[in-house]
Design a protein around this ligand. Structure first.
Ligand code: BT5
Length: 310
């Protein structure tokens, strides 16, 4: 929490604090406090001087400092207006040995899905990547994607939106005619057989995006229920993620509760083959178990289609 502005904001977050108290708490002069307050006001924070101290009345919807104030303090926020892909920026931090960083962008010019697919990332969405040092055994690393899907789905449900997870990485909402994709997750991992160096979890959510800027089959929170405060949603997602990220049993239990896929008739296309049947559960590795006419099959990755009942 090296940012001087952030230190002031954290002090004002829960209570009014006077100039002299702030000066003492921060170990700086009263004039330095005043300058920081002026700088924060110029950045859009509504800080009002009252007879009993400064009061934080307004926080911008989306800026580096506003997001930093909303997320758990162990995470460092890096915000850019436009980047090619937040996963690429996050990978640079990860390969330089840094961790516990969240890269957030206003827009992505080359957002990526799985298998090199394009991810549309216009202004108004949440495009972010988290750099972590996972404490999970290597065989269970795929569940990090499930953890992110749980974290996103819970935060979105808390907004009153009927979201659920489609294996392995999509967050969908039910609409009149079926389902539409609201968010996707792209996890990238670097490591050896028994040692993981880093993980980058990329999360894309169509938050305040008009649906005309999205591909067919996609929807946005704005479309479903109006604009949301993105910094608060990011804070909720990251708190949810931190709470479960090192606990695979908890991740899988919550995933199963939020999954739309279990019990559905599905077809999964995976490395040149196609498996069709009823999705009956997931394994500890995060792989999907499908009951086919010929017995149970396990799929570790692939594109999953929910089929209508025959
Ligand atoms: C995903 O891939 O769903 C993973 C998306 C991850 C995006 C985040 S944003 C932050 C971070 N930085 C990045 O560069 N990426 C991550 P996949 O399951 O392969 O789905 C890709 C498919 O979804 C595309 O082929 C389109 O059909 C569709 N699609 C593209 N943009 C979309 C959008 N904004 N909303 C919904 N669907 C979209």
């Amino acid at each position: 929490m090296g940012n001087p502005g952030l230190v002031v904001l954290r002090a004002l977050e829960n209570a009014r604090v006077s100039g002299p108290e702030l000066a003492e708490e921060l170990g700086v002069s009263r004039e330095a406090v005043w300058k920081r307050i002026e700088s924060l006001r110029a950045q859009g924070f509504g800080i009002v001087g009252t007879p009993t101290g400064y009061e934080l009345q307004e926080i911008p919807e989306f800026s580096e400092l506003a997001i930093a104030l909303s997320v758990p303090s162990k995470l460092t926020v890096v915000y850019e207006e436009v980047v090619e892909s937040t996963n690429s920026v996050a990978r640079e931090f990860a390969t330089a040995g840094e961790s516990d960083i969240v890269v957030v962008a206003g827009e992505q010019s080359g957002g990526r899905g799985r298998l090199g697919r394009e991810w549309e990332s216009p202004s108004g969405g949440i495009w972010m990547s988290i750099v972590l040092t996972p404490r999970l055994p290597t065989a269970q690393l795929p569940v990090l994607t499930h953890a992110a899907a749980v974290a996103v789905t819970k935060a979105i449900r808390d907004l009153g939106v009927n979201a659920g997870i489609k294996w392995p990485n999509d967050v969908l909402v039910r609409d009149g005619s079926g389902t539409a994709k609201l968010a996707g997750i792209l996890t990238e991992i670097q490591g050896e057989a028994d040692q993981v160096h880093w993980a980058v979890i990329g999360i894309g959510i169509n938050a305040n995006v008009p649906s005309r800027e999205l591909p067919a089959g996609a929807t946005s929170l704005r479309e479903i229920q109006g604009e949301v405060t993105r910094r608060c949603l990011i804070g909720d997602i990251l708190r949810n993620l931190i709470a479960i990220q090192d606990d695979p049993d908890e991740i899988l239990t919550q995933w199963e509760q939020l999954a739309m896929t279990i019990g559905e008739r599905v077809r999964v296309e995976t490395s040149g083959r196609s498996v069709e049947g009823e999705a009956v559960g997931i394994l500890r590795s995060g792989a999907l178990v499908i009951a086919t006419g010929a017995g149970e099959e396990v799929v570790h990755a692939g594109d999953c289609y929910h089929l209508r009942a025959p």
